[in-house]
Design a protein around this ligand. Structure first.
Ligand code: COI
Length: 347
């Protein structure tokens, strides 16, 4: 791997008390080109603009996917990645569906570790802080024929971050627009999935909601995801989340919650959840909490769910499942408690 370091770090210019998610980038980035049917040697270099031709394939056809992951600093100053093997697996599942070549393990994992090690001073130890890591790959051939690109560029950038949502969120059940259809790319982190969500989300934001609750694309009857998060409901003492299908993103936080919940002896069901079940559970007071999960948000409490002009406020519980699971997950991620599942990887 080629390494070309910056002369002077920008770290001291960063105001860690006022970090807005994803807008400050660390000193270095990793870049690796796929050309002539093979990946070249990766290079770590100073963070800066990419040189792109206006004919770059991904700008026209969106042949582009990404990942989201985080590095944490432990009390002993170890920098820990959380389940990076899962991100590699998912980026390669996304790559297959988007006709992008598989990213080799050494490029992804070794590149990630080397990059985070070089910028380890950017990983803050403070509570709630981490280094958000954004690997992405896009079609970089200079050709606007509507075909798969021949060349691809894989990049990793990192960004110091704190909590994504500081308060419980208000969500609106979407009844017109669709995030993902059966047979589509909803299970991937295709950039276009996010682009297509911005307009419907902006309509909800204009009405004061934080996010949408996406429903199935056929009848808008069953719940799929919320915003960029997987969704969880606690009905009586049971935690329920939609089962994975090709229109739902297989969240790594979601997968970790399933393991932690079972270790905590909580009852969990992965199954179809209809809007009417949620509304009825609210009305008969068995819907006790709802929360979203994702790399960026970790676990985020939902304050209200709106449907057909009706706003349903969830009970504000002390000792919620959300708090208990989040505390355990974050403690593992930061190396504060024993990691019995071997999820963390020291860089
Ligand atoms: C993540 O949680 O990493 C996501 O994908 C959310 C991101 C789009 C901000």
């Amino acid at each position: 791997m080629k390494i070309n370091k910056i002369n002077k770090s920008r770290l001291e210019t960063v105001d860690f008390d006022n970090l807005s998610f994803g807008s400050i980038f660390s000193d270095h980035m990793l870049i690796c080109e796929f050309k002539n049917c093979k990946w070249n040697e990766p290079e770590i270099k100073p963070y800066g603009p990419l040189k792109l031709s206006p004919g770059t394939q991904a700008l026209h056809y969106g042949q582009s996917i990404f990942e989201g992951m985080k590095a944490f600093k432990s009390k002993k100053d170890n920098v820990l990645l959380f389940r990076p093997d899962k991100n590699l697996e998912r980026i390669n599942n996304s790559a297959k569906r988007l006709s992008i070549p598989q990213i080799p393990k050494d490029v992804f994992i070794d590149g990630l570790k080397a990059l985070v090690r070089i910028d380890s001073d950017w990983v803050s130890k403070r509570d709630g802080y981490s280094l958000y890591i954004r690997p992405f790959v896009f079609g970089s051939s200079e050709c606007i024929k509507a075909n798969s690109s021949n060349d691809f560029t894989f990049v990793i950038i990192t960004s110091p971050t704190m909590n994504y949502y500081s308060d419980p969120i208000d969500i609106l059940i979407e009844q017109k627009f669709t995030r993902a259809m059966k047979g589509g790319v909803g299970f991937t982190k295709a950039s276009g999935n996010y682009a297509a969500s911005f307009y419907p989300t902006s309509l909800a934001e204009e009405k004061g909601y934080t996010q949408l609750l996406w429903t199935d694309g056929i009848n808008h009857e069953n719940i799929e995801e919320s915003g960029t998060m997987n969704i969880w409901f606690r009905i009586k003492d049971k935690l329920v989340t939609p089962e994975l299908t090709d229109s739902i993103l297989p969240g790594i936080t979601r997968n970790s919650i399933l393991t932690l919940a079972s270790e905590m002896n909580l009852k969990v069901e992965e199954r179809t959840i209809s809007i009417s079940e949620i509304i009825n559970s609210f009305k008969n007071k068995t819907l006790l909490e709802a929360f979203g999960s994702g790399t960026a948000v970790v676990l985020s409490k939902i304050r209200s769910i709106s449907y057909n002009e009706e706003k349903y406020y969830l009970p504000n519980q002390e000792g919620s499942y959300c708090d208990k699971i989040k505390t355990k997950l974050v403690s593992i991620q930061r190396g504060d408690i024993e990691d019995t599942n071997n999820w963390t990887v020291s860089v």
